[in-house]
Write a protein that binds this ligand. Structure first.
Ligand SMILES: Nc1ncnc2c1ncn2[C@@H]1O[C@H](COP(=O)(O)OP(=O)(O)OP(=O)(O)O)[C@@H](O)[C@H]1O
Ligand SMILES: [Mg+2]
Length: 263
């Protein structure tokens, strides 16, 4: 059984509010009848041009937004049927890493609170235990423990991403959606983050949905690749097969558009 089973998933957004305040003018099928599996321990790379529905699919899989139709089964449990309290428990197992982990966070929060917050929400740890867990997490992502007293803006982009990863790891998740986690970083810094993610995957047995517009990066770290175009899943398969024998012309055009870059 796959860790994540996506079945006939569709998300329709209303689009273009009328200036006269009437009904929305149209709709966009951001995710259109997508089915795929993510096996435990794998990295599924999700590629496609801007607006193809990658982030929407990632958010649907974590049930951060509700699907219009279709289902997501996580560890054999149908998320659409999960009660509020069951969903709360499942949330721990499924985390997300963003392009800019601090975009949505209070800049007045110290790093120890940024990383420790999920521990307060999900585990009622004493402050001493929480502190040692935060220190352990900082070591796991390659940061010095002295980071705890500092604020997000004092760190570089790569360091901030490490802090975002530590926060995601705090509650021992099994599955992580990484939505363009290195797109905002310099190539060399991004490569370090990619290497950190692969190391953490080995150390903690993580499963990833790795969203990216970069074929070279996805080719480097994904076991399987899924290609999206205008909400539809164009093609999905093992990395080797997708990159050397793509079946669809859209996949070929994506591969041709990206030069061979060493990661
Ligand atoms: N909350 C929303 N309300 C209305 N439309 C939305 C919403 N979120 C996404 N969309 C639309 O759904 C489509 C897919 O968007 P999505 O952000 O999933 O694409 P993406 O592949 O992640 O793009 P990018 O590579 O730019 O991040 C786009 O047409 C977008 O405008
Ligand atoms: Mg996106």
């Amino acid at each position: 059984m796959a860790l994540v089973e996506v079945r006939k998933l569709t998300k329709i957004f209303p689009q273009g509010e009328s200036i006269f305040g009437g009904a929305a003018k149209g709709e966009v099928r951001a995710v259109d009848d997508v089915s795929l599996d993510i096996e435990s321990g794998d990295t599924l790379g999700l590629v496609g041009e801007s607006g193809s529905g990658k982030s929407t699919l990632g958010r649907l899989v974590l049930r951060l937004i509700e699907p219009t139709s279709g289902s997501i089964v996580f560890q054999g449990q149908d998320l659409s049927a999960a009660s509020h309290s069951k969903m709360r428990r499942l949330r721990r197992d499924m985390q997300i890493i963003f392009q800019d982990p601090f975009g949505s966070l209070d800049p007045r929060m110290r790093v120890e609170d940024v990383i420790g917050e999920p521990l307060v929400i999900h585990e009622h740890l004493s402050s001493a235990l929480r502190r040692s867990r935060v220190a352990e997490l900082l070591r796991a992502v390659g940061l010095d423990e002295s980071a705890v007293r500092r604020y997000p803006h004092e760190f570089s982009g790569g360091q901030r991403q490490r802090i975002g990863i530590a926060r995601a790891l705090a509650v021992h998740p099994k599955f992580i959606v990484a939505d363009e986690p290195v797109s905002a970083l310099d190539v060399s810094v991004g490569a370090q983050i990619v290497n950190l993610l692969t190391q953490l995957q080995r150390d903690f047995g993580l499963t990833y949905l790795f969203i990216s517009h970069s074929m070279p990066i996805v080719r480097y770290l994904a076991t399987r690749i899924a290609v999206m175009y205008r909400g539809k899943l164009v093609e999905v398969g093992p990395t080797d097969q997708i990159t050397t024998q793509p079946q669809e012309s859209y996949t070929r055009s994506l591969l041709e558009a990206t030069p061979e870059v060493a990661v």
